[in-house]
Design a protein around this ligand. Structure first.
Ligand SMILES: *[C@@H]1O[C@H](CO)[C@@H](O)[C@H](O)[C@H]1NC(C)=O
Ligand SMILES: *[C@@H]1O[C@H](CO)[C@@H](O)[C@H](O)[C@H]1NC(C)=O
Ligand SMILES: *[C@@H]1O[C@H](CO)[C@@H](O)[C@H](O)[C@H]1NC(C)=O
Length: 136
C-alpha cells in the first residue's frame, strides 16, 4: 500500500516536472523565434548590431535592446528598445507572440509598411514609440 502511494506520488511529480519543462521550453522557443522573425524582416542593419549581437549562441535576454523578466519561472521578453539604429525593414507580425512585452521603442529608424495587427494580442503593452519611421 505504502509502496503504491509512493509510486503514485513519484509519477505525479514526474508529470508535473515534465509539464513545466515542456511549457518553459515552448515559451522560450516562442520568444526566441519571434525575435529571430523580427530580425529576419530587418533587411538593412547599418550598425550591424543585430547581425553581430543577436546570435543564437547567447541567450536572447542578453541581446542588445532586449530586457526580460521572470514569468512562471521562465525568462520572457518585456521590452524591445531599438531606437536610432538605422534599421530598415518591416515589422514582423511575430511581435504579437512576445506575450509579456510591455514596452516597444523603434523611434528613428526606417521601418516601413504597416504596424502588424498582431500587436493587439499584447495585453501587457503599455508604451509604444514608433515615431520617425515610414510606417503607414
Ligand atoms: C550584445 O550586447 C550586449 C549589451 O549591449 C552585451 O552585453 C553582449 O555581450 C553582446 N553579445 C554579443 C554576443 O556580442
Ligand atoms: C537617428 O538615427 C541616426 C542613426 O541611424 C542618428 O545618426 C541620428 O542622430 C538619430 N536622430 C536623432 C534625432 O536622434
Ligand atoms: C506565433 O506562435 C505560434 C505558436 O508557437 C506559431 O504557430 C505562429 O506561427 C507564430 N506567429 C507568428 C506571426 O510568428
Amino acid at each position: 500500500m505504502k509502496k503504491n502511494t509512493f509510486i503514485f506520488h513519484a509519477t505525479i511529480s514526474l508529470l508535473i516536472l515534465n509539464y513545466h519543462l515542456v511549457c518553459d521550453s515552448l515559451s522560450i522557443t516562442t520568444d526566441q523565434q519571434a525575435l529571430e522573425a523580427i530580425k529576419a524582416l530587418i533587411t538593412i542593419d547599418h550598425s550591424g548590431i543585430l547581425s553581430r549581437n543577436w546570435t543564437s549562441d547567447t541567450s536572447f535576454c542578453t541581446w542588445s535592446g532586449i530586457s526580460c523578466d521572470l514569468h512562471f519561472q521562465t525568462q520572457r521578453v518585456i521590452s524591445l528598445t531599438l531606437p536610432n539604429m538605422g534599421l530598415f525593414g518591416k515589422i514582423s507580425p511575430s511581435i504579437g507572440n512576445l506575450t509579456f512585452l510591455t514596452f516597444i521603442d523603434f523611434t528613428n529608424n526606417s521601418f516601413h509598411g504597416s504596424i502588424p495587427s498582431e500587436i493587439k494580442n499584447l495585453h501587457h503593452l503599455e508604451k509604444v514609440y514608433m515615431g520617425s519611421n515610414n510606417l503607414t
